[in-house]
Ligand binder design. Sequence first.
Ligand SMILES: Nc1ncnc2c1ncn2[C@@H]1O[C@H](COP(=O)(O)OP(=O)(O)OP(=O)(O)O)[C@@H](O)[C@H]1O
Ligand SMILES: [Mg+2]
Length: 508
Amino acid sequence: MPHSAVAGTPQLLVELRGVGKSFGGLAVLGGIDLRLEPGSVHALVGENGAGKSTLSKIISGLYTADEGQLLVDGHEVSFGSPREALDRGIATIAQELALVPELTVAENVFLGREPRTLGWISRRKLRKEYLAVAQRTGFDLNPDALVGGMRTADQQKVEILRALARGASLIIMDEPTAALSAHDTELLHGVVRQLAASGHTVLLISHFLSEVLELADTVTILRDGRLIRTAPAAEETEASLIEGMLGRTLGSVFPDKPEVVSQGEVVLSVRDLVAPGVYGVSFDVRAGEIVGLAGLVGAGRSEIAHAVFGAAPRNGGTVSVDGAATPNSIAGSLKRGIFLIPESRKEQGLVLGRPIRDNVTLSNMGQVAPGGWVSAAVERRASRTMLDRVTVAGDDRRNVSALSGGNQQKVLFGRALQRTRKLLIADEPTRGVDVGSRRAIYDLIVEQAAQGIGVLVISSDVEEVLGLAHRVLVVRGGVIVGEFSGEAMTEENIITAAFADPITNESQ
Ligand SMILES: Nc1ncnc2c1ncn2[C@@H]1O[C@H](COP(=O)(O)OP(=O)(O)OP(=O)(O)O)[C@@H](O)[C@H]1O
Ligand SMILES: [Mg+2]
């Protein structure tokens, strides 16, 4: 139910009638009718590529619809840019964050609207206004920190603060919690509820169906660019949403784990590793073994992964593959058959200006180009085979930027699969991936393990770690504080270890 409005908050009724959109002659949305009630949380769910982000971009002025109408408070509008939408009170927290890395948190929040005194940006006022906005959310960020060096979760918070600072009435959140820790997710949920209660409208796009059911008043399901239904969240269940999204029911999300060859050779051996954020870590991964690295966001899991991969300076300790120490460089790791799928695709993974095909084969040139020549036919075949395996359909000569967020993730996965020979490190492998494709990615991970590759999976989703890993290492404060396998590998044990008070160390 829409919450009762608080006096003074500008209310906005946004409607879509028969909206359609095509890219290069290909229809990605058609016949969309939608009514976003002021003071409510309206969720949008659907598979990767269903059209959720495209729909939100039409509302926020980034794209114009080819068909149908967009109405604000009953009047047809045509936004020429996000700026125009913003002036009408519509702000977006995009799936791909759009911050200025060289500026501070407070500067980003007030970008273009800095408080000025006689034309000069007033630092003091900036700080004061920042604190006023930040207080509404409970987010704890240093206003003077440079945004570029911050982790994804914190950058996301900056985007949310920015939308609030602009006084938006409709706030579109495209997968806002995909990169957040459990604690930050709770904070954000509080913010969303508070926004709706004060008369704002929130359009929430999320692959976390439990989150959708918990937060939303209304849910709209999209499939292949078509609206399947809009219904009160209270009338939906996870199963009914999945069926609407996929057009079929889904059995278990997790595949059977392959038997670990218990005598499997140790492929990766890490001893006393010291690196930025890593304070003395030792562990092994055997051939065919899937090892989970669990812990809270910021615990040091990605830092361990980067140091193992040679992407961060090692200040001590050794990393060996098949018993031989690896050099501290990415090139050295690739040569040894280690591959890392990074947490931040945009900065560390995809080459956004290039075709999908190039992105799949990019780090695989040795294989694609026998004798040093890139054979177009070989490359085409290699790319297609891999894209089929990761279930990305369509012409692979398109720019990778044209793919939906989840499908970009699958492209990176495809590249990794071609290249990994010994150890695959996957940092949050299913972030932003829909439930159906998630299963496809899990199957690929298990398939790798079955072929004797060691796998290190980092995930904030405990269910995911439990569903995939043979053994779980819990990381906290840059060290391993717990190891669980077999019967002891339970959600409770993992969470207890991840949260345990670092002084009493009661989990150890
Ligand atoms: N700029 C573009 N050029 C060409 N095609 C595009 C462009 N933007 C989106 N598409 C296509 O439109 C379809 C819908 O994409 P969209 O990003 O809206 O999906 P989504 O539902 O947000 O998926 P995800 O859950 O993966 O984020 C996809 O097939 C995508 O490839
Ligand atoms: Mg999207």
